[in-house]
Design a protein around this ligand. Structure first.
Ligand code: C5P
Length: 217
């Protein structure tokens, strides 16, 4: 299969030396990239800045901002069977990027933020992607209902949900516990390393893609 994966955080510039970002390490997306490669699938990894090594044998596009990630996905997604949106994309970015470093003079300053493009939300509508679509949901409350709502609203085949209110799993951690939401079932995978979870997810996604191909006339 040809698999596109987004991973890592995005950085939204404030001025030439400052940005808004989040604590995503990129580990889950990179673990998925490794796991698909190990099974001889073709992987394009579109990644925000991380501390991780680029996995061998993946095609790699480095990006910084949500807009750059949107453009890279928009450019390539049509050529893929599976798209997995693992990136922790900033929801808002500064309206205006100062061309010079902002000086410390005023006692307070105001940043006006504007919504970034929803990349996953654009997959079916703007990019017309009709392959197998997987989103991630990082929630601090009502994990299952929020993730199921996302499955429908963003027209995904699968949402992989994790509880980011816990410090032992998820964001910036080596382990994760995920709840897999599909149209007709939920599956809970117990706490495990992101590498083991990735292998399990690769098997499941591969099975689902084969099933959906059989069901198509
Ligand atoms: O709506 P929310 O940000 O919680 O959705 C999470 C899912 O949507 C993740 O799969 C994330 O990669 C994706 N996403 C995106 N573009 C955004 C925001 C989120 O692709 N601007």
């Amino acid at each position: 299969m040809k698999v596109l994966i987004t991973a890592g955080p995005t950085r939204e510039a404030i001025d030439p030396v400052r940005f808004l970002s989040n604590r995503s390490s990129g580990r889950m997306g990179y673990a998925l990239a490794h796991a698909f490669i190990k099974k001889d699938h073709h992987v394009l990894l579109i990644s925000g800045p991380t501390q991780l090594d680029i996995p061998d044998r993946v095609d790699f596009i480095p990006v910084e901002s949500a807009q750059e990630m949107f453009d890279a996905v928009s450019h390539s997604i049509q050529h893929f069977d599976v798209a997995i949106f693992c990136a922790a994309v900033a929801d808002y970015a500064p309206d205006h990027v100062a061309t010079q470093k902002i000086k410390k003079s005023a006692d307070s300053i105001t940043l006006v933020l504007t919504k970034t493009p929803d990349i996953l939300g654009s997959a079916r509508t703007v990019f017309q992607f009709n392959g197998y679509l997987v989103g991630f949901a990082a929630e601090t409350e009502n994990l299952e209902s929020n993730a199921r709502e996302k499955l429908t609203r963003k027209n995904c085949d699968m949402i992989i949900a994790n509880d980011v209110s816990r410090s032992d799993i998820g964001f910036d951690s080596h382990e994760n516990e995920v709840l897999i939401i599909e149209a007709s079932e939920n599956t809970r995978l117990p706490v495990d390393t992101k590498e083991h979870l990735a292998h399990h997810l690769v098997e499941l996604i591969h099975q689902r893609v084969l099933q959906s191909k059989k069901e198509q006339p």
